[in-house]
Ligand binder design. Structure first.
Ligand SMILES: Nc1nc2c(c(=O)[nH]1)N(C=O)[C@@H](CNc1ccc(C(=O)N[C@@H](CCC(=O)O)C(=O)O)cc1)CN2
Ligand SMILES: Nc1ncnc2c1ncn2[C@@H]1O[C@H](COP(=O)(O)OP(=O)(O)OP(=O)(O)O)[C@@H](O)[C@H]1O
Length: 189
């Protein structure tokens, strides 16, 4: 049987629905604790996060931890041709709602953070394999952005997001992550 990335996305949404809010919040807390123990986290001055979609692993804890540690947080704005820039996050906004249901800072007036300035990118996604392969929501935004990114790129995952093997077809443009963090700890490719 051929499993497509689309199948993986569908099955992910079902698993999210089947997981209680309480279970999700608990895993997020533990995942954040795992992340904060890492040397790359401790050393990172500028961290790229995302503003949430309802079904995604919440980064609320991570935003808070970053702010407590005095780190600089940048978030993405999607641009034409599946490009993405990261801008300095300002909780005060202004924001606008995208068609795909994520709040984004308004591009005009935002200060773009140069890619070379980012020490750590927390990459959103649907599912991952132990070798660091990732399935996202299908825009190819992160694959494009990370193609020439040289610092640390990692993802945070609920237990059900992590597959032992890459069971979906791998594309040449897919970028392999440096680490995947679950509540149990770090999986390095
Ligand atoms: N919270 C969060 N923010 C994020 C991402 C994310 O995964 N999570 N992204 C991570 O990338 C970017 C936005 N990702 C997107 C992914 C797909 C589509 C989209 O329109 N998809 C089409 C189908 C795919 C296609 O053929 O282009 C659709 O839904 O109709 C839009 C944005 C930037 N911000
Ligand atoms: N660097 C790239 N250059 C050109 N096309 C690319 C690049 N990276 C990805 N693509 C294309 O973008 C499309 C979506 O890719 P894919 O399904 O892997 O997205 P994704 O990783 O799920 O999404 P995202 O990165 O936005 O979370 C595919 O058709 C893929 O071939």
């Amino acid at each position: 049987m051929m499993v497509t990335k689309q199948d993986i996305r569908k099955s992910y949404l079902e698993k999210v629905k089947q997981t209680s809010q309480q279970e999700r919040r608990q895993q997020e807390k533990e995942i954040c604790q795992q992340l904060c123990q890492l040397q790359v986290w401790k050393e990172a001055k500028t961290i790229a996060l995302t503003l949430p979609m309802a079904h995604e692993l919440s980064l609320d804890e991570v935003f808070e931890a970053a702010q407590m540690a005095g780190k600089c947080v940048v978030v993405p704005i999607t641009r034409p041709n599946h490009k993405m820039v990261f801008v300095y996050y300002d909780a005060e906004g202004p924001f606008e709602m995208t068609d795909f249901g994520v709040r984004e800072p308004v591009f005009e007036g935002s200060q773009v953070c140069p890619k070379t300035q980012i020490d750590l990118v927390v990459v959103p996604g649907v599912s991952y394999s132990r070798s660091g392969e990732r399935v996202g929501f299908g825009g190819g935004y992160y694959d494009r952005f990370l193609a020439d990114f040289t610092q640390t790129k990692l993802s945070l995952a609920y237990d059900f997001q992590l597959y032992e093997e890459t069971i979906w077809p791998r594309e040449k443009t897919d970028i392999t992550l440096d680490m995947i963090i679950t509540r149990k700890g770090v999986d390095v490719s």
